[in-house]
Design a protein around this ligand. Structure first.
Ligand code: ZN
Length: 185
């Protein structure tokens, strides 16, 4: 499958006999974004921001790893680049964020990897601003975790995804940048 053919609404199947919503062999669920915001606020009340970030990063990382496996197994990406681009496309289809990749440089033989772009309308940043308010650092840890898990699973090499701009700290858009871990410094 090529990236241009990846539209989540066409790939999902609703099994009305079992009430299961399936993406290939993976069961999906839909819930209100506001309910996830409620969970964020609740974690802040009973613990702290560090705990909130850890929970959402880990959930995102797992989802990214899982999506990478599902897409490879059930939708056979034509190329490595198609496979890499499917993650942002699926994340956009899920309504989590409007992910717009801008640069993709894949050259593992020479130890180089760069994938970066814009995250528009991050629901996590919107919920954060509504419920917690503006802060001085990026907050979209669900997205950063997803990017990390997704790309690490595909490349078989540890990467680090960073959110380099975030509307929750006053930037115009959120921005992501993923590199091989050793390439960051
Ligand atoms: Zn953000």
């Amino acid at each position: 499958m090529k990236i241009k053919d990846v539209h989540l609404k066409d790939l999902l199947e609703i099994h009305e006999d079992t009430a299961k919503l399936m993406l290939g062999s993976t069961r999906m669920v839909i819930m209100p974004a506001d309910s996830i915001g409620e969970l964020m606020e609740f974690i802040m009340q009973i613990s702290d921001e560090n705990m909130l970030e850890m929970f959402f990063y880990r959930m995102g990382e797992h989802a990214g790893q899982h999506d990478a496996e599902t897409l490879k197994r059930d939708f056979s990406p034509d190329t490595l680049e198609d496979w890499l681009a499917m993650g942002p496309a699926i994340h956009s289809g899920e309504g989590i964020v409007h992910a717009k990749p801008e640069v993709m440089e894949v050259d593992p033989d020479n130890g180089h990897f760069l994938f970066k772009g814009v995250w528009e309308n991050s629901f996590m940043a919107e919920q954060w601003l509504d419920r917690i308010g503006q802060v001085d650092h990026p907050v979209c840890t669900l997205l950063t975790g997803y990017a990390n898990g997704y790309v690490t699973k595909i490349m078989g090499h540890e990467v680090e995804a960073r959110e380099t701009a975030c509307i929750a700290k006053g930037d115009d858009v959120c921005r992501f940048e993923i590199r091989f871990k050793e390439e960051w410094d």
